[in-house]
Design a protein around this ligand. Structure first.
Ligand code: DGL
Length: 325
């Protein structure tokens, strides 16, 4: 409980990628209520300008916050987090947890001192990403692969697998085009020798959805690292601090909800843990998914199947949500 009711956590992503972070967070914070807002209308984000994203994400979150009144917001999107966090933290008076590429743990774990950042083209080119690399991976060779195709592959694989009610095993074996995936990952698996990369940062929340398939192609010697677990722990700390505040008003609980790079070290623990098998998430609070814009009946069916796979009770358009409240 949080201030006498279930805590409300608002997730945000352009599409389905944030579900890879949601599963980890909901497992660790099962008493909360979850809202998952995704920018169906603006998807994909990987090729959009920083100005567009800053304006759009701030506006969407502003509107969503006035309706949902969340206790914590998770920007479950690296492409957005690496550019919008300072602006939305300035504008919105709610703790915000961002998701940024786990460069530091990757650099630490790499024995060959050679890592890969697999992300969207936007994330790969950000000043913030340069900062992370210069600060934490200065002793490593860093290969950047910015792929919009991989985002599409993951989004489509999840949506159609859920619509076809595939089991997790079926999802791993046949939901995505492995030939295409192998092509995208070619710059990684074609490297050999002592300077070949041995750690890959999954710097887009869509990519952990295909963790199992990526691992099948790259093999067990290459570590796959994402930020999901660290984010889940960060949300837990914020919610607990909020809860304590209601119990002991004098406790200092003004948590700066910046995702500390130290938190990301924890990501080491989740290497090779498949993302989607976590979908059996049961929480005691409500779970509502909300999309921007409009969608065709076919898209809606796919989205409904996907969110029901993750045990969401409702799928609403942003307009429907606004009317309901
Ligand atoms: N899931 C997002 C990320 O973490 C964005 C994918 C996209 O819309 O391009 O970067």
């Amino acid at each position: 409980m949080f201030q006498g009711r279930a805590a409300r956590v608002l997730f945000f992503d352009s599409g389905m990628g944030g579900l890879s972070v949601f599963t980890k967070t909901a497992k660790l914070n099962a008493n909360a209520s979850y809202y998952y807002l995704f920018d169906h209308e603006g998807f994909p984000y990987g090729n959009k300008s920083e100005e567009y994203l800053q304006h759009r994400v701030k506006n969407l979150l502003d509107r969503a916050c006035s309706i949902i009144k969340p206790d914590v917001i998770v920007v479950a999107c690296n492409t957005a987090s690496t550019t919008v966090l300072p602006i939305i933290r300035e504008a919105i008076d709610t703790p915000i947890v961002g998701v940024v590429p786990a460069i530091k743990p990757a650099a630490k774990i790499s024995k060959n001192k050679s890592i890969v950042l697999l992300a969207t083209p936007g994330t790969c080119s950000r000043a913030y990403t340069n900062f992370l690399i210069n600060e934490f991976a200065y002793d490593c060779k860093v290969m950047r692969i910015g792929s919009e195709d991989l985002v599409r592959l993951a989004e489509d694989a999840l949506l159609s697998a859920c619509q076809q009610r595939m089991t997790y095993e079926e999802f791993c074996q046949k939901a995505c085009d492995m030939v295409k995936l192998k092509e995208i990952l070619e710059p990684i698996w074609s490297c050999h020798g002592p300077k070949a990369p041995d750690a890959v940062v999954l710097g887009c929340t869509h990519f952990p959805l295909l963790k199992e398939q990526i691992s099948t192609i790259l093999g067990p010697k290459i570590h796959l690292i994402d930020s999901g677990e660290a984010v889940a722990r960060r949300v837990k700390a914020i919610l607990e601090a909020g809860y304590q505040q209601t119990m002991h008003a004098d406790l200092k609980t003004d948590e700066e909800s910046v995702l500390e790079h130290e938190d990301l070290l924890a990501a080491e623990e989740i290497i090779h843990v498949p993302g989607l098998s976590d979908a059996e998430v049961f929480t005691s609070g409500a779970k509502v998914a909300v999309y921007t814009g409009t969608c065709s009946q076919d898209e809606r069916n796919k989205m409904e199947s996907t969110f029901s796979y993750f045990h969401f009770r409702e799928l609403l358009s942003f307009d429907e949500l606004s009317k309901e409240h």
